[in-house]
Design a protein around this ligand. Structure first.
Ligand code: PEP
Ligand code: MN
Length: 345
């Protein structure tokens, strides 16, 4: 960490900062330039709070050299990781398609969506049993019944399952039924929930908070990793901006940025970002072109009856187009699309 002093800082200001560092068992190396003095802080820099240092008299800036996140950072793990979900790989040389309904409504609806997902080339099934809805009056999901339906549909189709968990109390039950647990955008900074999924032996898909920076997202991943679970897949799902034509703004730059900073795979959700069916295919193409390790897409046989997010669900007629887009863009970016018949499960 480097502390840059203001040109007007006095010797007393400098001594106060140096004393503060030493009192916290850090080492302070003072370099006096022509106009400014900088202090190199070495030691356990994490125990020093940037804001506190910045508030000291005479301090102009505090610059961190190493990332605050450690376990998920590429600094200590230069090669990009692959996470296996029920035998299906996500990252770094492949493109994985995850598809399914936003919410599990009935066995038949989930099975039909799973069949559509398979036809599109998906190797993982998504579907929410616990839905974190903005309104308390909206469908909240089937809960344990939804988990049982997902397990039955996995049995019927062979597709490993991804589902969201919204409460630390449900983590073990959810993890027993599915192959990867999802932390949704609204819970990205629910620290007890992150710690709870950090203690299970199933992979975790961590969606980016809709108002979170990439650093906050990686710090949230660090919470999971710090509890011992390093099987984490990051998912960019759109962020809040001033734009109202789309539900959220897909931040495509987050993919290469997160991949540079972290060794974890990064996928994109083009359904929840745009919130519109007509945008799902263009955003899928963009996601793969920018290097995403996978795409997670909503599908529904009759979206007009869907209990959640019908307007963004792809329908039967879109499935061949989705399959073609994923295959073509994976090949164009020098990668292969993960296929069930290529898996060693
Ligand atoms: C979902 O994937 O069903 C979901 C609720 O997504 P998000 O958390 O990105 O809104
Ligand atoms: Mn949804």
């Amino acid at each position: 960490m480097v502390i840059v002093m203001q040109p007007s800082a006095s010797e007393d200001d400098l001594s106060t900062v140096v004393e503060f560092i030493r009192s916290g068992n850090g080492e302070a190396f003072v370099s006096r330039g022509v106009n400014r003095t900088v202090i190199g802080l070495v030691g356990d820099v994490d125990q020093f709070d940037d804001h506190h240092l910045r508030s000291l008299q005479g301090v102009a800036d505090v610059v961190r050299i190493s990332a605050k996140y450690k376990l998920v950072s590429r600094e200590h793990h230069p090669h990009r990781s692959a996470v296996r979900v029920g035998g299906v790989p996500i990252g770094p040389d492949t493109v994985t398609l995850i598809a399914g309904p936003c919410a599990v409504e009935t066995f038949d609806q989930t099975l039909e969506a799973a069949t559509m997902a398979r036809e599109a080339g998906a190797t993982l099934l998504r579907g929410g049993a616990y839905k974190p809805r903005s309104s308390p009056y909206a469908f909240q999901g089937l809960g344990p019944l939804g988990l049982r339906i997902l397990a039955e549909v996995r049995e019927a189709t062979g597709l490993p399952v991804v589902t969201e968990v919204v409460s630390p109390a449900d983590v073990d039950l959810v993890a027993e039924h599915v192959d990867m647990v999802q932390i949704g955008t609204r819970n990205m900074q629910n620290f007890p929930l992150l710690q709870a999924v950090g203690a299970i032996d199933k992979p975790v898909m961590l969606k980016r908070g809709m108002s979170s920076t990439i650093e906050e997202w990686l710090m949230a991943a660090e919470y999971i990793a710090q509890r011992g679970n390093l099987d984490i897949v990051l998912c960019e799902r759109g962020i809040r901006t001033f734009e109202t034509e789309t539900r959220n703004t897909l931040d495509v730059s987050a993919v290469p940025v997160a991949q540079q900073l972290s060794h974890l795979p990064v996928i994109i959700d083009p359904s929840h970002s745009g919130g519109r069916r007509d945008l799902v295919l263009p955003l899928t193409r963009a996601a793969i072109a920018v290097g995403a390790d996978g795409v997670i897409v909503d599908v529904h046989a009759t979206p007009e009856t869907a209990l959640c997010d019908g307007p963004q669900a792809l329908v039967h007629a879109d499935i061949p187009l989705l399959a073609a887009a994923v295959e073509a863009f994976a090949t164009a970016s020098g990668r292969t699309m993960v296929r069930t018949d290529r898996l060693a499960v």
